[in-house]
Design a protein around this ligand. Structure first.
Ligand code: UD1
Length: 425
């Protein structure tokens, strides 16, 4: 079982680059099924979730070739309309293949998706939206059978701006007959990136990034080339690391406007942020200040994906911060692990109270989910002594080559293969 071994409290600094956004790549890979031809996608990070999506594409009949950070995807021959359960359960994003396979082959068989255990994560909005577009869906236990001869446009009002449901509706409606309107659509930058890619392929999607999206169905999509946007969650993770482990860090390959929801929080913590076109510099104070309250919200609110990493930084702030997790009902699993470093965090339902402490101490901890795992890394880098982090396959789902990237800015961190009898994994 692999672990990260971290010698904490090294002063970090210099420059670090952010890779392409995982949450953009995954729906775009699913959407590539709509194109009867080649998609060339640049800035694709090497992540286990990306590998799982490529496995699904290959299984369905696509040919995928990687050249460094570019993927060349040939979806000319798609023959399979079923995805095996073990592939579906590897990640939440597998559910986006429902819309793309339905549009391409008119009949799909799959089961409920997996992904981080951060809440119940139903897919009711995905299924009701596809039904509005004309699909007939039969759920049989864990299996979903979805059929449709001709998808048609519809007006869909989402009761919550679900990212995944918005992506599934966009993907299912670009080749549908007529106009689709999504009201209360998710506004995350990854939605806009999906629309940019599909529009480059010939789709007609208007208003992505806003609360109302209009899609005019077209007859076919053609080959295209697209570059994935930078990963704003990875950028915010590096900002969290910098805020308690460095005096100054330059973070390259970022889109500053995508970080608007998190920058004010770091400024309230006492950090100075200097923005350029595609990079930022974060200058950290001697000790962070507490933030009065943080509430996770759909974009452009504070992202739930940044809750854990920012919380890890705030464990060392002067004063008490209240963090309210409003998106997922079970996204505080990292807290008991953060407390092993000497952090003082208590939880009441969806509210965490973080009492800042002066020092964190080394601990042996285990990742509970992807971003929770990253929060342990933020803490370990700032703890006195040597820590180990287990179950790092969670971190590998969303951070490319994390130990070597952090080593470049001075972190003393290495990946070890560690097997102990009776050890939890
Ligand atoms: C995506 C992101 C994830 C991020 C989340 C919220 C990807 C691959 N994942 O996940 O990193 O944390 O957005 O920003 O892009 N819901 C329902 N019914 C549904 C769908 C969602 O009730 O049919 C609820 C969920 O349980 C959750 C909330 O809506 O409470 C947000 O979920 P959603 O926006 O759909 O997140 P994901 O697309 O799963």
């Amino acid at each position: 079982m692999e672990k990260l071994l971290v010698n904490g409290n090294n002063l970090l600094g210099g420059e670090i680059a952010v890779h392409g956004a995982k949450n953009s790549v995954l729906p775009i890979l699913a959407a590539s099924l709509l194109v009867e031809g080649k998609s060339v996608i640049h800035n694709v990070p090497k992540l286990s979730d990306v590998d799982e999506s490529i496995n699904i594409l290959n299984y369905l009949g696509a040919k995928v070739k990687r050249e460094n950070s570019t993927l060349i995807i040939d979806t000319t021959n798609i023959t399979n309309n079923a995805i095996p359960e073990e592939m579906m359960r590897k990640m939440r994003s597998s559910i986006i293949f429902l819309g793309s396979l339905l549009s391409r082959l008119k009949e799909v068989y799959l089961c409920y998706p997996g992904g981080c255990d951060i809440g119940i994560r139903p897919i009711d909005l995905h299924l009701s939206s596809l039904r509005s577009l004309g699909a007939s869906i039969v759920e049989n236990g864990n299996c979903i059978c979805c059929k449709c001869q001709n998808l048609h446009g519809a007006k869909i009002i989402l009761s919550f701006p679900s990212v995944g449901a918005t992506e599934n509706i966009i993907i299912s409606s670009v080749l549908a007959k007529g106009r689709t309107t999504i009201i209360n659509a998710a506004r995350e930058p990854e939605i806009s990136d999906l629309a940019t890619y599909l529009n480059l392929c010939g789709a007609k999607i208007f208003g992505a990034g806003e609360g109302t999206i209009e899609i005019e169905g077209v007859d076919r999509l053609h080959s295209a080339e697209h570059t994935i946007i930078p990963d704003r969650i990875v950028a915010a993770t590096y900002m969290s690391i910098a805020s308690i482990n460095s005096q100054e860090l330059i973070i390259n390959n970022v889109k500053p406007s995508h970080l608007n929801p998190v920058i004010p929080v770091f400024m309230e913590m006492g950090c100075k942020i200097y923005l350029s076109k595609d990079s930022l510099k974060i200058v950290s104070p001697k000790r962070l200040k507490r933030v009065r309250t943080i509430k996770t919200m759909p974009y452009p609110g504070f992202p739930t994906d940044c809750q854990a990493v920012v919380m890890a930084a705030l464990t060392k702030a002067k004063g008490t911060t209240v963090i309210n997790e409003s998106i997922f009902e079970n996204r505080f699993k990292h807290i008991s692990e953060l407390n092993r470093f000497g952090a003082e965090i208590t939880v009441n339902d969806r509210v965490a109270i973080v009492n800042g402490v002066k020092n964190l101490y080394s601990a042996n901890v285990y990742c509970t989910d992807l971003r929770g795992g990253a929060s342990l890394l933020v803490a370990a880098l700032s703890a006195d002594g040597t820590s180990t982090i287990g179950n790092i396959y969670h971190i590998d789902r969303g951070y490319e080559d994390i130990e070597n990237n952090l080593a470049l800015i001075g972190a003393d961190i290495k990946r070890i293969n560690h097997e102990k009898k009776g050890e939890k994994n």
